[in-house]
Design a protein around this ligand. Structure first.
Ligand SMILES: [Zn+2]
Length: 103
């Protein structure tokens, strides 16, 4: 499923993504940060496919604010968080998953 991102903005603590075609996704910044796909946050997969999660590590409040967001090619967004963390590349599919899994 190829999504094309039209535009995005952060409103309070929600990332609002508008897809080409008019559909919108909403992801809370907490879900976004906790869903960071970088190796440091998402854990490593061992040879048997077991995933060791790095989630649950305490983050400062600044860690749940976005300092900067920029598109990566035509497939992902990269966020710089308030605590300086910027290793996560959020593919559009991941952003949709995070939005869909939100309450
Ligand atoms: Zn991360």
């Amino acid at each position: 499923m190829a999504e094309v991102l039209d535009k995005f903005e952060v409103i309070n603590d929600i990332l609002v993504i508008k897809w080409e075609g008019g559909e919108e996704s909403y992801v809370s910044l907490k879900a976004l940060r906790d869903g960071c796909p970088c190796a440091e946050c998402s854990g490593e997969t061992d040879a048997l496919g077991n995933l060791y999660m790095g989630h649950g590590r305490p983050k400062s409040a600044a860690g749940y604010t976005i300092a900067r967001a920029k598109p990566v090619g035509y497939y992902a967004l990269q966020f710089t968080w308030g605590d300086g963390h910027d290793a996560g590349i959020y593919r559009f599919e991941l952003l949709k998953d995070l939005a869909d899994s939100a309450d």
